[in-house]
Design a protein around this ligand. Sequence first.
Ligand code: ASP
Ligand code: MG
Length: 401
Amino acid sequence: MKFGGTSLADVDRIREVARRVKACVDEGNEVAVVVSAMAGTTDQLAKWTSDTALLHDAREYDVVVSAGEQITAGLLALALQDSGVSARSWLAWQIPILSDAVHGNARIEEINCDDIERRFDEGQVAVVAGFQGKGEDGRITTLGRGGSDTSAVALAAALGAARCDIYTDVEGIFTADPRIVAKARKLDRITYEEMLEMASQGARVLQTRSVSLAMNHQVRVQVLSSFSNSMGTLVVDEDEVVEKQVVSGIAYSRDEAKITLVRVADRPGVAAAIFGPLADANINVDIIVQSVSEDGRSTDVTFTVKEADFERAVSVVKTAKRDVGFDRLISDSDVAKVSVIGVGMRSHAGVAQKMFSALAEKGINIHAISTSEIKVSVLISEEYTELALRSLHTAYGLDAA
Ligand code: ASP
Ligand code: MG
């Protein structure tokens, strides 16, 4: 069982979580609980860090931001003990959950569950601080924002758990963000691949890395609400999804920025000269479009980056101008990416076409398109995000009755 920040927001909520865990134990299960920090805590800790030193030592950042999970782990263990359940807290270094030493964005390498399993035999519940690792350098690490999902899936895999239930403040995975699309429906099941696309295309319920980990280790994940008693969404293999939709969901991200280089020289090595320096600066590039060269001498290149990297990307490209050789740079951060996702796309024609005509009908212009086997993404002006989501939801027949 994993509980997120809103489920642990104060002592009353923590007691409520303890009741849920107790109910699960009383059904005869051995339970490990992974906690994240109280809602807002990690933001506050991160802010204190950058207020103290803007360019801070990442190892000390990890010492500070990992602290929120230590508090909730201890409190939940206390609340469980208070309700008569044997429980103890575990910090990552005590288990240990070993990671690489990429501070602030570490990857789990190995988990040794022997001690936790021994305590299971004694009927004890393990309350594990999520988000943390013990780095190769012997120091505390964190797994990137939202990383306690990954802690939970990794622990479930290491323990060979029957399921990994991720409790959050929404009822499950929806066909689209229900705050925008009133007719969005909760999905009973979604495939790992679709969930992976949903998470990486902007649906913020699960950390993307946790989904690929679940897929690789075949961990059955359920996303459900800690504020109700209804069933959530199961993330499963494709053959377990009975009713396959062509499109299962629509995701969006406003956190996008577009950069166009006009009249780039059309010769070998130019793309490398643009994207090499961006990679060196650790800037992730998403969509890339290169137009055909009309005169055989020059072409236009458009690409997108996260808004947080936008200013840096512009300056990196400007610095590379001498090696690349382009006329002009046009940039726009008021763009959003909307993606339709579904494994059924593999075997159905006309999915992209439906998207384009639905957008055209609303007069929404498409700036760039990118596709994968099970996804079509378009870049549009940010102001049309809501309109696009609602129109597409209707066009693909996803609206609730
Ligand atoms: N507390 C961490 C964060 O806010 C980890 C998590 O909640 O998953 O990013
Ligand atoms: Mg989260």
